[in-house]
Design a protein around this ligand. Structure first.
Ligand SMILES: Cc1cc2nc3c(=O)[nH]c(=O)nc-3n(C[C@H](O)[C@H](O)[C@H](O)COP(=O)(O)OP(=O)(O)OC[C@H]3O[C@@H](n4cnc5c(N)ncnc54)[C@H](O)[C@@H]3O)c2cc1C
Ligand code: FES
Length: 254
């Protein structure tokens, strides 16, 4: 994990309130694995806490971050211009394991970006990748890019596009083999999906994007309940920023 000053290479709006930011920082980019995230810091000293953003993609020189404006920090990042600097810490957290069997990659809403890097990595490993993406309506983003890695199935809450319903409805409707599923998205989606996959006897890895404070394991502000006792706190909790954000869903106490 490295703290650095990155330089903005590009920034563009790719959806309503959604921005695609490319930051040059080779020391972070070269080590980044799918499922890991970076923390970006505001330039305003009044906002001390870092904002965690998942790594959507990387190359040897830079990381790509796709985020939705939620409040002060993300608004500030959306107003960056090429050549501006941004304080960045990363890569943080445990990534998805390296898989050896075909995988279903599932993303919901602003949980979609980190799944792009995972889909690429799995495809490069020679695995068959099927992607299932959940959106509110027809205002999709990144879906075209997933097509480079395999079949893409879309579900929308209002039925605008693809399957009318949730990602679980889409998986059920298409009768997909759920032996191995990886997902990131809102908590109700992750809970529903992991219940479905585990009941079918599959393995399910979820990336949790809960609220964080320090981002580096010090404050216990990001715990999730687990079945195993944590060696750090000696209770059935794990820190999402340090032991996660990727967890084997069968180990979570939901
Ligand atoms: C591991 C991890 C990875 C993440 N990856 C991404 C990503 O790739 N793209 C992206 O757009 N967002 C991502 N998030 C969420 C992102 O960190 C928050 O939206 C951001 O910190 C909000 O900061 P802000 O200053 O803009 O909003 P604030 O002014 O701090 O808060 C504005 C509103 O957003 C809510 N909020 C704050 N943090 C979160 C959160 N973690 N989840 C949901 N609501 C929140 C607050 O309660 C408040 O209502 C991730 C979060 C985590 C923990
Ligand atoms: S955010 Fe502080 S311990 Fe995870």
């Amino acid at each position: 994990m490295k703290y650095s000053i990155g330089t903005v290479i590009s920034i563009k709006k790719i959806g309503e309130g959604i921005f695609d930011l490319r930051v040059a920082e080779p020391g972070i980019a070269r080590d980044a694995e799918p499922g890991q995230f970076v923390c970006l810091y505001s330039d305003d000293g009044a906002h001390l806490l870092p904002r965690p953003i998942s790594i959507c993609e990387r190359d040897e020189e830079s990381v790509r971050l796709v985020f939705r404006i939620a409040g002060y920090g993300t608004k500030e990042f959306s107003e960056k211009k090429p050549g501006d600097t941004v304080r960045i810490l990363g890569p943080i957290g445990n990534p998805y394991p390296a898989f050896t069997s075909n995988v279903i990659v599932v993303g919901g809403g602003i949980g979609i970006p980190p799944m792009l890097y995972l889909a690429r990595k799995c495809k490069e490993a020679g695995l068959k990748v099927t992607t299932v993406l959940g959106y509110r309506d027809k205002n999709t983003f990144l879906d075209e890019e997933f097509k480079a890695y395999g079949d893409v199935i879309i579900a929308t809450d209002n039925g605008d596009l693809g399957v009318h319903g949730t990602v679980v409805d889409a998986i059920r409707e298409k009768d997909l083999d759920v032996s191995l599923v990886c997902a990131c998205g809102p908590m109700p989606m992750l809970k529903g999906l992991s219940k479905y996959v585990l009941e079918k006897g599959g393995r399910c890895y979820v990336s949790l994007e809960e609220r964080m404070a320090c981002g580096v394991g010090a404050c216990l502000g990001c715990i999730t309940k687990t079945k195993q006792v944590d060696g750090h706190s000696h209770v059935k909790n794990q820190r999402i920023c340090t032991e996660g954000p990727v967890f084997d869903a069968s180990e979570l106490d939901w």
